[in-house]
Design a binder for this molecule. Structure first.
Ligand code: NAD
Length: 279
């Protein structure tokens, strides 16, 4: 049976170290968070980010908007935050209200304050393996987890299921930069099982519960579950049929307590790193 990867423990260690470092700084890093949607999951994520920031000594300024917010006013706010030397990181919680143009908003964030690493300058730098100012938090968290558990990437067959700009695509680039042989699968991929069966490391980020079943996993593979879906009974589940896949894998992340805490820890780390870059 697989060992369980304890993302909470690894994330707590990262946050503890950051808190210690922040005690020696003469000023406090500030993270601006823009919440312009009415999505209950987004509200929970923003509260979690606010709570973790305050625990480790990062100041947050949360800008909450109702649906009357215009594209023009949001653009104006981002320009103001870009120009404000007291703000070190800017995070736009996605998705935005449907009437807002997400790409236009993300593209005007100063790349040196782009704490999520979604600006084209940062994605381009990631693609070219040229030190982005920030690496997207979930892919960065997954890399740290693999590293923490001594999983080598060089020459490994890694299958990433899900090609979003937030998780799948940057993760595939990051792992490629670390010498893995990466296959990026998605909803139009044919015969997914044939591909996942070949994975030494299988990472699923689809939001599709029980997409990854035991027969899709090679014996002894490492399985990382990024998916988070809230069921009708309010329970959080991942993409992986955990109870059955754990008998097939050598290491596996749970949901919750796997990738999720790492994402927040990496957001904290990115905020600190941008603060150091600017000070
Ligand atoms: P998204 O909806 O933008 O992308 C989903 C991807 O999954 C798409 O590329 C799609 O092609 C692929 N997909 C969907 N159904 C599929 C199928 N049947 N077979 C193969 N591929 C399929 O989602 P996202 O923003 O990348 O998030 C994915 C999941 O990860 C969600 O559950 C989200 O809540 C979760 N998530 C978790 C964290 C975390 O910190 N743990 C962070 C971000 C996202």
């Amino acid at each position: 049976m697989a060992d369980i990867i304890d993302g909470k423990r690894v994330a707590d260690n990262i946050c503890k170290k950051l808190k210690e470092k922040l005690k020696h700084e003469s000023s406090t890093p500030t993270l601006a968070v823009i919440l312009a949607n009415n999505n209950s999951a987004s509200k929970i994520y923003v509260s979690a980010k606010e709570k973790k920031s305050s625990q480790i000594g990062i100041k947050t300024c949360i800008y909450r908007f109702d649906s009357s917010i215009t594209q023009g006013n949001l653009i104006k706010l981002i320009h103001e935050l870009n120009a404000d030397d007291s703000v070190n990181g800017i995070l736009v919680q996605l998705p935005l209200y449907k009437h807002l143009n997400q790409n236009e908003i993300l593209n005007i964030i100063d790349p040196k304050k782009d704490v999520d690493g979604f600006h084209p300058i940062n994605t381009g730098r990631l693609c070219s393996n040229l030190n982005p100012y920030a690496i997207p938090c979930t892919p960065k968290g997954i890399l740290k987890l693999l590293n923490e558990y001594g999983i080598k990437l060089q020459g490994k067959n890694v299958v990433v299921v899900g090609r979003s700009n937030i998780v799948g695509k940057p993760l595939a680039l990051l792992l490629t930069n670390h010498d893995a042989t990466v296959t990026l699968a998605h909803s139009k991929t044919k015969d997914l099982k044939k591909i996942t069966k070949n994975a030494d490391i299988l990472i699923s980020a689809t939001g599709h519960p029980k997409l990854i079943t035991a027969d899709m996993v090679k014996k002894g593979a490492v399985v990382i579950d990024v998916g988070i879906t809230r069921q009708l009974d309010k329970k959080l589940v991942g993409d992986v049929d955990f109870e059955k896949v754990k008998n097939q894998a050598s290491l596996i992340t749970p949901v919750p307590g796997g990738v999720g805490p790492m994402t927040i820890a990496c957001l904290m780390e990115n905020t600190y790193e941008l603060f150091k870059l600017q000070n």
